[in-house]
Design a protein around this ligand. Structure first.
Ligand code: URA
Ligand code: SF4
Length: 487
């Protein structure tokens, strides 16, 4: 029996080194116990029982996709993950294609674990909310989050890019991440019993800071027990926390983003969607193929826009919709909410739809590009028009949505949508308001984007353009009643 003690819950290098040595010594998976130093698992097998492993020379190849998969799966909270990965490594030696075998129980288990990690990462991107502690220019932004898995290190670079110009800390029960404007560092987690509400975050932060960061009061022993050794070298310097020392200046201000809190119990997406759409029934949204496509799009990396955006904003609406409305890309609000057209252009769209006699829940609403493209300006994010390569990269998602929804009429709002829907650049002025037949039997109506109306400075022009927009939507309304009659 061999007992392998890893340095920490996410000690991939330690696992890899041990796994390689074990495999080369011919140690079968059943003969290995994996534990984490300082972890919750009791040490059932003292290290003394180990038969020595020889540092066997020679080559040892595993398929590259397995390495990537293992790096992800090791972040899972399941204590069996190290053993499962070793078993897979062991089995891969006899069958290099095992990872392609979706029916294999180990393969499918590992794939679903990796999926859970990616989901958890998306959730963290979307739900972390910072609270400002201290006052500018010395303020520090603190957030509390409880990830399902060990994903803090995985997710931290995203927040460093996204909130590059503010100093922040994300406290979690496992590990805390910090950004001082230059580098990311990690320190121990915060005890779960201290789980702060947003009101208590400041208090918890100060206690945490006093216990952990103040070098004079560093509780060495407690920290050694609590954190894997590898984080030691990363301890933030006192400089990171300077802003907090001046208690007199401390004020608590609004949370950076809206008070959108993660629902306590995970809700099924269908429920959330049905709820947010009032009249639409859950069954209308309960379509597995669209849900699967949405899940797939959540991990899309086909262009660089996923990097800085919070999440993929997929389309929404009934599967059987006869009309599909396509916008440009999600904006700031949509990026945070994960839903299309919920910000000011969405309100403009809702108003115009209503005026044209269309119930928004009856149409499927999506965007040509599914990630928010922006440049940061202080606390704000300025919208940027997507470029042609991004529109092209994202087009397959629109096409696959369209293939599932099978709308009779597609409404392209604005130049980006028209470019994606028609597959070429068209002048909006000349194309709008005419129904165009596509080869596949669908029809397309090009119109302006609701943001265009919001941007017009002149009130008269605004009113006129709004009427023109509603006029175009009446064509859509006529189409809807026609298709309802035909049905
Ligand atoms: N603008 C768009 O094109 N789409 C949205 O979802 C929001 C704003
Ligand atoms: Fe993928 Fe579209 Fe997002 Fe680019 S914008 S990463 S293509 S979903």
């Amino acid at each position: 029996m061999h007992t392998i003690t890893l340095d920490g819950e996410t000690d991939f290098d330690g696992w890899r080194k041990a796994a390689r040595l074990l495999a080369m010594n011919g140690v079968a998976p059943a003969d290995v116990t994996w534990i984490v130093a300082g972890g919750d698992e009791p040490e059932l097998f003292p290290a003394a029982q180990n038969t020595p492993l020889e540092d066997v020379r020679g080559t040892f190849n595993v398929p590259a996709p397995f390495v990537a998969l293992a790096k992800t799966v090791i972040l899972h909270r399941d204590p069996q993950r190290f053993a499962l990965l070793y078993r897979m490594l062991w089995r891969l030696r006899g069958n290099h294609d095992l990872l392609q075998l979706a029916t294999d129980p180990d393969t499918s288990k590992l794939e679903s674990m990796a999926k859970a990690i990616r989901r958890d990462e998306h959730k963290m991107h979307a739900f972390v909310r910072f609270r400002e502690i201290g006052r500018e220019p010395k303020s520090h932004f603190v957030a509390w989050f409880e990830p399902d898995h060990h994903i803090v290190e995985l997710a931290a670079p995203f927040f460093a890019r996204r909130f590059a110009d503010m100093a922040w800390s994300i406290l979690t029960p496992d590990l805390s991440a910090h950004w001082d404007g230059h580098k990311v560092s990690f320190s121990p987690g915060v005890d779960k019993s201290m789980a702060p509400s947003s009101d208590r975050l400041e208090e918890v932060w100060l206690t945490y800071y006093a216990n952990i960061f103040n070098p004079a009061r560093l509780k060495t022993k407690a920290m050694q027990n609590e954190m894997p050794k590898k984080y030691w070298r990363n301890l933030p310097e006192a400089a990171l926390i300077k802003p907090l020392i001046d208690k007199a200046e401390r004020v608590t201000s609004e949370m950076i983003a809206a008070e959108a809190q993660e629902p306590k119990k995970p809700q099924r997406r269908e429920e959330i969607m049905a709820k947010s759409h009032g009249t639409a029934s859950a069954e209308q949204f309960n379509d597995t193929s669209l849900a699967a496509l949405r899940d797939e799009a959540a991990d899309c990396r086909a262009c660089p826009l996923w990097k800085d955006a919070t999440q993929t904003v997929f389309g929404e609406g009934p599967k059987q919709a006869s009309v599909m409305m396509v916008g440009e890309q999600p904006g700031d609000k949509e990026d945070l909410a994960g839903k299309p057209f919920v910000g000011p252009p969405g309100q403009m769209l809702d108003k115009a739809l209503k005026e044209a006699g269309i119930i928004r829940d009856k149409v499927y609403v999506t965007n040509a590009v599914k990630h928010f493209k922006f440049v940061p300006r202080g606390k704000f994010r300025l919208h940027q028009k997507p470029a042609t390569p991004e529109i092209k990269a994202c087009r397959p998602w629109y096409e696959r949505e369209k293939a599932l929804v099978k709308p009779e009429l597609v409404v392209a709002m604005g130049a980006t949508a028209a470019q994606s829907v028609l597959g070429k650049v068209v002048p909006i002025g000349k194309t709008r308001g005419r129904v165009i037949d596509l080869d596949d039997g669908t029809r397309v109506l090009v119109t302006v984007h609701p943001s265009y109306l919001l941007r017009l400075p002149d009130e008269d022009a605004k009113a006129r353009e709004y009427e023109n927009f509603v006029h175009d939507l009446r064509i859509v309304a006529a189409h809807l009643s026609e298709s309802a009659r035909a049905a």
